[in-house]
Design a protein. Structure first.
Length: 296
């Protein structure tokens, strides 16, 4: 009897927490995280190495692929800002980026609204041409763009660079707006027309405010394109080095016999940080816009 009482008094193991741990999607989440963490580290390593190289000397950069500098070279950043004229190029890049984003958002939203809300003869052909043009490399269009800007008398001007950058990748934005506008209820448009609103008023006051997520998506993507574009600004600013953008200005660290890799990495870090900060603040709208545009 005493032994039986002792066995009954012995606490039994509680398997509730263990069952909760392995229930549902938790094992899948753990396995997915274990797979994705190394991939993420591998993905962001070039950025981390660039920031690390910005604080190293040229000799230490080529000494290995480590991320921790032996001696911090803070002088790389002032040298990149002053000697390479990165400050002037930074201002040029901001002006070109902001202007091109405004132009692209207005023009692509208008075209996307027409393609997404109205039926007209040849609509499918127009969309098919747009889709085919997405796969056209930039190198094939740079000469016509240069000739067009030159014929407009805008060669060697900041406005010419802005217009050239604005035409770099708007086709995919038109398709994004088309997919987003096509999913909005027709009742909103009909109610505005009954109240006496015309075509442009319906677009500006009703439909466009509803497309804030896709506007944010287009703004982020165009900002990335304008901020990092190299080939077109290089061609358009050959005669005016003072109009260079950051992507072109960083190339100035490459001399005929010597390359200032530390200064180049510092300039690249300066140019990357604003884009990262912008994306961190607007990533929610970016995801919502992409999901809303492609969901059918």
């Amino acid at each position: 009897m005493a032994a039986q009482s002792l066995r009954e008094a012995k606490p039994r193991p509680d398997w509730t927490k263990l069952r909760w741990w392995f229930s549902g999607n938790r094992p899948r989440l753990i396995i997915t995280s274990l797979i994705l963490i190394p991939i993420c580290l591998l993905w962001i390593y070039p950025f981390l190495w660039t920031v690390s190289a910005a604080l190293k000397s040229n000799g230490e950069i080529f000494a290995g692929l480590g991320l921790i500098p032996q001696e911090l070279q803070w002088s790389n950043f002032p040298r990149a800002w002053t000697e390479a004229n990165i400050g002037k190029y930074f201002i040029n890049t901001v002006i070109i980026t902001v202007s091109s984003v405004a132009i692209v958002v207005i023009t692509t939203s208008m075209m996307g609204y027409v393609l997404g809300r109205y039926n007209f003869p040849g609509k499918r052909i127009v969309i098919g041409i747009f889709v085919a043009a997405v796969f056209l490399p930039q190198g094939y269009t740079i000469i016509p763009v240069f000739e067009l800007i030159n014929n407009l008398g805008l060669s060697g001007s900041l406005l010419g660079v802005i217009l050239g950058t604005s035409g770099g990748s708007p086709i995919i934005f038109i398709l994004l707006f088309t997919g987003y506008f096509s999913r909005l209820p027709r009742e909103l448009e009909e109610a505005a027309i009954i109240d006496g609103a015309g075509f442009f008023r319906v677009f500006w006051q009703v439909m466009l405010p509803l497309s804030r997520p896709i506007i944010a998506t287009v703004a982020i993507m165009q900002t990335l394109h304008s901020w990092n574009d190299f080939l077109l600004p290089l061609v358009l600013t050959l005669a005016r080095p003072d109009l260079r953008t950051l992507a072109v200005g960083i190339y100035a660290f490459r001399g005929e016999f010597f390359v200032d890799w530390g200064g180049m990495a510092a300039a690249a870090t300066i140019s990357i940080l604003p884009i990262i900060i912008l994306f961190l603040f607007m990533q929610r709208y970016f995801v919502e816009g992409i999901a809303g545009a492609v969901k059918q």
